[in-house]
Design a protein around this ligand. Structure first.
Ligand code: NAD
Length: 322
């Protein structure tokens, strides 16, 4: 069966940036031919580019409201909570300024849980038959292009729309993990990025102290992999260039997860921790480190594991070897 076959209505997509464009492209290529995609972004050139690439499938809208008027399922992928508020709640041009009864609204942006819950509450109050889900993603731009991103879905295993949502989201990615209820997809994503960010700093420091003591970084990576320090950052995203050939560090820290995005998610995770009364002794140092690395011209716009460079780690160790 074609993915998502049989469900009614067209699909809306709002936010055609680094992640949204490849996600919408998968929809355009994989959904049944009769299913149209109505798109909107404040950057009109992105909308025009998408519609030119898919002339019989992609249709231009002038606002989020227009997308809502023409579709029954809408996906949004914008940068921050303020943009999500504007997309959904703007009184003149937002989704909720039209009748969203019975629609399924899926926000894939990584934002604070409080904003996501506020949007959900607004929708529940004004359009009780509509559904709103948080569904942040992991896997980066490369994963979005390859269609391998994972979705952390803010609903329970018993949600009536889970089957439809899984079919739809798998058109753009691989795993769809229901996380239990509203905003819990975001809570899962933020706690994951907090952990991953802390590990990257710890891995950079541990590699650096080992190398300065005379160890080959490849030996260190083997030791961690065999020992109790084993982790994915060290194995596949090692911050030291040349240890793992496929890691962004080995490619000039390009094509990864930008350090500014890590800083943003890290700050959101700390806000969440504070809101729910969770202690995090490593949080402030981590946030200060990513803030400083984001502002450092040697690191800005590069993969977040460039934190190794920011901390003064040696990058040209292979030159010494020769
Ligand atoms: P981006 O800045 O490349 O794209 C965002 C798009 O949203 C832009 O095209 C922008 O014009 C549009 N936009 C902003 N406000 C809008 C509005 N009010 N109405 C319509 N369109 C609007 O960002 P991105 O990298 O695609 O990231 C999007 C989200 O995905 C973020 O929350 C980010 O944290 C998350 N994310 C990004 C990555 C990554 O590697 N880039 C990975 C996982 C998750």
């Amino acid at each position: 069966m074609t993915p998502f076959e049989g469900s009614e209505g067209s699909i809306g997509f709002i936010g055609l940036g680094a992640m949204g464009m490849p996600m919408a492209t998968h929809l355009a290529k994989k959904l049944p031919t009769e299913k149209q995609i109505y798109v909107y972004d404040i950057a009109e050139d992105l909308v025009d580019g998408f519609c030119a690439e898919f002339p019989n499938k992609g249709f231009k809208c002038a606002s989020a409201k227009e997308v809502a008027e023409k579709t029954s399922i809408i996906i949004s992928m914008v940068p921050e909570g303020s943009h999500v508020r504007s997309v959904y709640l703007d009184g003149k041009k937002g989704i909720c300024s039209s009748d969203t009864s019975k629609k399924i609204l899926i926000d894939c942006s990584t934002i604070d849980t409080a904003t996501s819950l506020a949007v959900k509450d607004h929708i529940a109050e004004h359009f009780p038959t509509a559904y709103f889900y948080d569904a942040p993603v992991s896997g980066g731009v490369v994963g979005a292009v390859k269609g391998t991103i994972a979705f952390f879905l803010g609903c329970s295993d018993a949600d009536p729309n889970l089957h439809l949502l899984t079919q739809l989201l798998q058109t753009m990615g691989s795993q769809v993990i229901p996380c239990g209820g509203p905003s819990l997809g975001l809570a899962a994503k933020l706690s994951n990025n907090y952990l991953s960010g802390i590990i990257a700093i710890a891995c950079s420091e541990a590699m650096d102290m080992g190398m300065r003591s005379g160890l080959d970084p490849r030996t260190l990576a083997k030791v961690y992999a065999a020992g109790t320090a084993q982790n994915t950052i060290c194995d596949k995203f090692n911050p030291v260039p040349g240890v793992y050939p496929e890691a962004p560090s080995s490619k000039g820290y390009k094509q990864g997860f930008k350090v500014q995005l890590m800083r943003k998610d890290f700050a959101l995770a700390m806000e969440m921790a504070q809101r729910v009364g969770s202690q995090n002794v490593l949080g402030q140092s981590g946030l200060d480190t990513y803030t400083a690395a984001s502002n450092d011209p040697r690191c800005r716009d590069l993969d977040s594991r460039v934190v190794y460079r920011y901390l003064g780690g040696k990058e040209d160790w292979t030159a010494e070897e020769k």
